[in-house]
Design a protein around this ligand. Structure first.
Ligand SMILES: C[S@@+](CC[C@H](N)C(=O)[O-])C[C@H]1O[C@@H](n2cnc3c(N)ncnc32)[C@H](O)[C@@H]1O
Length: 295
């Protein structure tokens, strides 16, 4: 498959996701979201709030790359964490949703339809941004080296790159042991919490990767290794996700997120289980959060 076809497929895939309001399943659960924020920042509460009050100072100009429908960028502009926000994404549907919301709230955010590939080849003027944000988008970039080099070009000296990302196995081709653990945990749950008894985690085939989204985790495992070659690390947390992220894709969202004592206790137990298995070194960290600086 050529790179051009891959990008077209990925942007059609994301248009469909935004049209149907499909979200990553695990962080739709409030207990899981809280736990992830805690792992990212060491404190309860939304990570963006921590980022711009304790992690770093508010900035003048921020660029967000792969902004989707703009939830993070809108939050940043609402709280005045950046005075000028520029944000782009491949999905015209997502950018339309983001722009409409910004207009409704009279927030001056410059949302653009633009491809990673175009930014990599023509990033624009040097040293114009104080911060660049990747939230769930860098793991969709094929030319990670080209992207980091273009980000370094547009960041002013001392500027920050903020990375909140999936950094697990490329294409989510998990080690067999991880697949077995996820499925054993899934099998131990009452059927009511599951999508169906036959729905179990299986590694994607190449055909499924191409048909679904050929950029999903395309070079994700390289991200933590490449970042320090371009920027100085000033903050980093590994945030787990090797059990909860794949598992929630196979849970009945209506039931597991219904807030009942049974579902809350089950999610509590699943979070504890992931924490123990990760601390024991049985599971790797599939997600990371970091702040890096351009010297
Ligand atoms: C997991 S979503 C993250 C969206 C958003 N940052 C968030 O936190 O909700 C990944 C985003 O990357 C965008 N994307 C994927 N491939 C792209 C490309 N080649 N150029 C620009 N954006 C792309 C998708 O359209 C999608 O909105």
């Amino acid at each position: 498959m050529s790179a051009v076809v891959g990008v077209a497929k990925a942007s059609a895939h994301w248009d469909r996701m935004y049209e149907t309001a499909t979200r990553s399943a695990w962080t739709q659960n409030p207990q899981v979201a809280e736990e992830i924020y805690l792992r990212m920042t060491g404190q309860p509460g939304f990570w963006l709030e921590w980022l711009f009050t304790q992690g770093m100072s508010p900035v003048e100009r921020l660029l967000s790359i792969g902004c989707g429908d703009g939830s993070h960028e809108l939050a940043i502009a609402r709280r005045n964490f950046a005075h000028h926000v520029t944000a782009f994404d491949a999905s015209p549907v997502a950018i339309q949703l983001a722009s409409r919301q910004a207009a409704e709230e009279a927030l001056a955010i410059d949302f653009q339809v633009r491809l990673f590939e175009d930014f990599v080849s023509a990033p624009g003027s040097e040293a114009v941004f104080d911060a660049v944000l990747f939230s769930g988008s860098l793991h969709h970039v094929t030319d990670v080296e080209g992207m980091l080099s273009s980000v370094r070009h547009v960041l002013r000296p001392g500027g920050r790159i903020i990375v909140n990302e999936y950094v697990g196995p490329c294409y989510q081709l998990y080690p067999q042991r991880q697949v077995e653990i996820v499925n054993r945990v899934l099998d131990s749950l009452p059927l009511a919490f599951r999508m169906g008894v036959d729905d179990r985690l299986a590694l994607p085939t190449m055909e499924a990767i191409i048909a679904n989204d050929p950029t999903e985790g395309v070079r994700s495992a390289l991200i933590p290794l490449l970042l320090p070659l371009y920027f100085r690390e000033t903050y980093r947390r590994d945030v787990g996700g090797a059990l909860l992220h794949p598992l929630f894709g196979y849970l009945n969202g209506d039931r597991i997120n219904d807030g009942s004592p049974e579902s809350r206790a089950t999610v509590h137990m699943l979070i504890a289980l992931e924490r123990e298995l990760t601390h024991a070194g049985v599971l790797a960290h599939d997600f990371m959060f970091g702040i890096y600086q351009r010297d």
